[in-house]
Design a protein around this ligand. Structure first.
Ligand code: IPE
Ligand code: IPE
Ligand code: MG
Length: 247
């Protein structure tokens, strides 16, 4: 099915976020070590980023490594970090060619020094690009992000920079790491798991959720297009009635 041609480009979601899951199971299915799955997962990232650029998506956030993922076996964590460095340094010229700006959320400073350096370099090199904003969530925990936000707000209140009455939805948005990024309209999770795993809890309050059984390394831009077509068929009511929306 040619899902791309079915997309209504005048009503694209402004931000799609993806929980890329299933690399390990994919490797197991191929009788290979888990890192083989992660390596093939990079090909899916490439395809999806390309697809996002093709349709003119503004924001794509990819959950690449959670705070909880630090608890995996050391060999896997090390291999993932190496893969991250290698991928970023290899792909940065392609990102520039495709006018993609790289951003990150998460505790980047907790990554190995060379990862952090490579990421900062790539962000700097792509900062003037005006096409797709590719946001990598790395060492990311939504609860930690919220804790940090609460602390920062409390500090500014205690220093009388803001008043208690000024605290509202929008102010909280502005203190989050995602301050400059609109909330995702669509959240995709692969691999048949139906959970959020500490990802963008505040930001997905009204996101449309899309779950697919496909394991991440099998996911391509066509699957992204299919998810967007599915999203565009939904009625987003935001608490109202269907009649209110159509009148
Ligand atoms: C997602 O795939 C990649 C990361 C979380 C880094 P997994 O590695 O979680 O794959 P499964 O869930 O074990 O199949
Ligand atoms: C979520 O996947 C994190 C990323 C995709 C980076 P996990 O595989 O770590 O999630 P759980 O442990 O199954 O919830
Ligand atoms: Mg997983």
């Amino acid at each position: 099915m040619d899902y791309k041609s079915l997309i209504n480009t005048s009503e694209l979601p402004g931000h799609v976020a993806i929980i890329m899951d299933g690399n390990g199971r994919w490797a197991k299915e191929h009788n290979k070590p888990r890192i083989f799955g992660h390596k093939n997962g990079v090909l899916s990232v490439r395809s999806v980023v390309e697809g996002a650029g093709e349709i003119g998506l503004k924001y794509l956030t990819l959950y690449a490594f959670s705070t909880e993922n630090w608890n995996r076996p050391k060999v896997e964590v090390t291999a993932l970090m190496q893969l991250l460095v290698a991928t970023i340094s290899k792909e940065v010229s392609t990102l520039n060619k495709n006018n993609v700006r790289l951003l990150t959320i998460g505790d980047i400073e907790s990554l190995p020094g060379n990862c952090e350096k490579e990421l900062e370099k790539a962000k700097e090199k792509t900062k003037n690009n005006t096409g797709l904003n590719l946001v990598l969530a790395l060492s990311y925990s939504s609860k930690t992000e919220i804790v940090n936000t609460v602390k920062a707000i409390a500090k500014d209140v205690s220093e009388a920079k803001i008043g208690l009455d000024e605290i509202n939805d929008t102010l909280i948005d502005d203190y989050l790491e995602t301050a400059t990024i609109q909330d995702p309209e669509l959240l995709i999770r692969t691999s048949g798991e139906y959970r959020i795993s500490n990802f963008l809890l505040w930001q997905i309050a009204y996101s449309e959720l899309y779950f697919t059984d496909k394991l991440w390394p099998d996911f391509t831009k066509d699957d992204l297009f299919e998810a967007i077509v599915n999203y565009q068929k939904r009625e987003r009511r935001f608490g109202m009635t269907s009649e209110q929306l159509t009148n």
